[in-house]
Design a protein around this ligand. Sequence first.
Ligand code: LMR
Length: 399
Amino acid sequence: MSHFAQVRRVPGDPILGLMEAFRADPSPAKLDLGVGVYKDAQGLTPIPQAVKLAEQGLLDSETSKSYVGGHGDPLFTARLAELVFGAASPLLGEQRAAASQTPGGTGALRLAADFIGHCLPGRGIWLSDPTWPIHETLFAEAGLRVGHYPYVGADNRLDVEAMLVALGQLPPGDVVLLHACCHNPTGFDLSQDDWRRVLEVVKARELLPLIDFAYQGFGDGLEQDAWAVRLFAEALPELLVTSSCSKNFGLYRERTGALLVCAETPDKLLDVRSQLASIARNLWSTPPAHGAAVVATILADDALRILWQDELERMRLRVASLRLGLVEALQPFGLAERFAHIGVQRGMFSYTGLTPRQVQRLRDEFSVYLVGSGRANVAGLDAGRLDQLAQAIATVCAD
Ligand code: LMR
């Protein structure tokens, strides 16, 4: 008897699969605009200097590899909560909010999903259409009822009115997943006015927001990007936020993130956190220590923190200038207007509006790798090759 005879092969992950296909492509002209990792002018994903310095210090000062606790490194979680909610947030002083360390932002999402499934049975979760593909599968795998609200339509424009109408019809008590900034995959973010309107609907429908905050510092700045999270945290008694240190600290493979919870009272927060620790124990037991220790070291040290903030700001500005550079490079082909949205969108990603066929042609004929949906990781661009990319886009747009 073969135990595995019934196991079927499934297709590889569409985003991570692109990374492998790109690595195997021998073309010297290849361009990886697939997976969301930042690249510098040399096409490398650098380790920030602040991270290197923190790691060097840790190498000497670390005295044990014993487990961290169920909620992770307390210094990391305290500092991260300040980064997300603001150091002066009354929520923290009142002990109504806290973070639980997770393996990356994806771990935080999975912890949130299982918390909802275990502790809020029957609640559905509503995702933007479109959203990061893993949102779709992760919440479904956790057994939640998954629904969608409109976000960006077939015309590749943010449709806030349609979003608000749909949110206004959700079953009370359901969970709504919102992207704090740098919407993945579209790059279209809500304005502050839009956020205020969403908040009113969330209150009126008694929805529970789960805010995915994976790109703090990549949109308009470290503090600016936290604006909506802080608005919601101040206005609502209960909130879930997932935070990732993958992009802003360049710690991708160290799997460093957190699930942050705001509750109505300190006592209720302890109830929720007891559940999170218990769920996490069955998922990964205790979280990995290294990345969190690096983040805690940086955030607790004035000089390292200033260095990190400066490095992050330089990454942010580079991506913003690549956006404008690409639109400019498309100008000679008469395509600047058609792709003007690339300059308006925020963060790493751009929903280009290219069709799956055009994406396939870019890959086959020019070794340019985008996600099939037309999502381009602008942070993977090379300023010296914008003309080459514009030429390739113009070719595939010609028919
Ligand atoms: C992406 O969307 O490319 C990133 O969030 C990386 C990932 O894990 O998919």
